[in-house]
Design a binder for this molecule. Structure first.
Ligand code: NAP
Length: 422
């Protein structure tokens, strides 16, 4: 029986599905000892710090992750950073294969004047702030303005706009960070604009997310019927299935009865951001549109126009992704998920994506190296292993139960470490 050692860097969906694919390819001749290494004190990646808190069903995939982690040949090494603490080269020397599964954590920039003003930020910062990511706890989000603008026509922009436009008490029963719920409760924001640079037929929103909007209890959603009618004409007689579903859902929004709600989400199409204006903070945004420039006064601009991968020394990157051919980076190194293909697809997309890369990895295997493992490389006093993570997980869930939440997330690294040491 051959036992291969595989290190997976990153404990998000792509990493777990890579581990699952390896587990599925074990047989009478070979097994895989999997070490999953994560920089943060907690696993689950975007399922914990990306998925919107008002979408708890999407997070149930974490049960699959925990099943993968329950395999006796799986170990978690959280609170350990590859790149600074341990180099990729050191790791590669120990393992038969290293899989990069670090996602895309940096927000793309618009590259327009005023983008650096206070009050202009990326969804790559705002989303982890409301999801209790320890690196973003202290993010300064100016919510003392009446209008916020979200740029982008994808599901991240939609999540961000919805979180800003919801009646905040709707978040009490979710796992939104306490600091964010407090911020939203004090927020003066009542109008949220979400802007697309192209027409509705090109929007990257998906239909289930659009269909949710008319059901929002405390928020009006405004989409101009004329925008959708024109898009239907442009889309022609045989639009793609996704485009048709989106346009149908948009018609429902455009035709839904407007109420006297205090909060409103407005959709703007064919609005290309030109300049964010203000002296020392955001005071508005100028768009170019088919009918000339339009200015919207606002105090907060959040850009949700895609992501790129943060780099790790020793790994080649190009255009915000790890350089790879079908997931192979170089001998003994592979990449899966957003770091491989860029920020596209839903969580489940990573399952088939990882399965393909793991088949390639397995076909490349030679004899096992038997060269030790990461425990010989880390000098970290506190490594959060699977048992410690389970204690953290249970403590969060128990704390949430008292308040009718699925969990109450810790936000400070010292809180995680204290719980891990018990
Ligand atoms: P996305 O779906 O690729 O959308 C990015 C949007 O940004 C597009 O509308 C794009 O417009 C726009 N954009 C790009 N550059 C721009 C610029 N310079 N100026 C103005 N707009 C610009 O990306 P995402 O929203 O970050 O989502 C990433 C992935 O996660 C997607 O696959 C998404 O479906 C998924 N996701 C899913 C869920 C869910 O299932 N509920 C939730 C969140 C995210 P153009 O088309 O004109 O380039």
């Amino acid at each position: 029986m051959l036992q291969y050692k595989v290190a997976i860097i990153g404990a998000g969906p792509a990493g777990y599905f890579a581990a699952q694919a390896l587990q599925n390819l074990q047989n009478d001749e070979r097994t895989f000892a999997i070490d999953m290494i994560e920089r943060l004190p907690t696993p689950w990646g975007l399922v914990r710090s990306g998925v919107a808190p008002d979408h708890p069903k999407i997070k149930t995939v974490a049960k699959v992750f925990e099943k993968i982690a329950a395999d006796p040949n799986f170990r978690l090494f959280a609170n350990v950073e590859i790149g600074s603490e341990i180099t990729v080269t050191q790791l590669s020397a120990k393992y038969d294969a290293v899989i990069i599964a670090t996602g895309s954590s940096l927000g793309k920039k618009l590259g327009i004047p005023g983008e650096e003003l206070y009050g202009s930020m990326s969804a790559a910062d705002f989303v982890p702030w409301y999801n209790a990511h320890p690196d973003f706890t202290d993010l300064d989000v100016p919510l003392d303005c009446d209008t916020a603008v979200v740029i982008g026509a994808g599901n991240v922009a939609m999540d961000v706009a919805r979180m800003l436009a919801l009646e905040p008490s709707e978040l009490d029963s979710t796992d939104t960070a306490d600091h964010a719920i407090e911020g939203f409760k004090k927020s003066s924001v009542r109008d949220v604009y979400i802007s697309a640079r192209r027409g509705p037929e090109h929007a990257a929103f998906t239909a289930p997310e659009l269909r949710e909007l008319p059901k929002l209890e405390h928020t009006n959603v405004i989409m101009a019927r004329s925008d959708i009618d024109a898009a239907i004409v442009r889309a022609g007689d045989a639009p793609e299935k996704e485009v048709k579903s989106n346009l149908d859902a948009m018609l429902l929004i455009a035709d839904s009865q407007k109420t006297e709600q205090e909060r409103t989400m407005h959709f703007l199409f064919q609005h290309t951001p030109k300049e964010i204006i203000g002296t020392d903070h955001v005071e508005g945004i100028v768009y170019s549109t088919p009918s000339g420039d339009v200015t919207i006064k606002c105090g907060l601009v959040i850009t949700a126009i895609g992501y790129q991968a943060a780099s790790i020394e020793g790994v080649p990157y190009e255009n915000g992704k790890v350089v790879n051919i079908d997931g192979r980076v170089k001998e003994g190194m592979y990449v899966v998920g957003w770091a491989k293909r860029g920020p596209s697809g839903v969580i489940g997309t990573n399952k088939s994506d990882a399965a393909g890369v793991i088949e390639l990895l397995v076909s490349d295997l030679k004899s096992p190296k038997n060269a030790g493992d990461i425990s010989e490389l880390t000098s970290k006093q506190i490594v959060i292993d699977q048992a410690a993570w389970q204690r953290i997980n249970e403590a969060e869930v128990a704390a949430g139960e008292h308040e009718g939440k699925p969990r109450k997330k810790f936000v400070k690294t010292e809180d995680f470490l204290r719980e891990a040491l018990i």
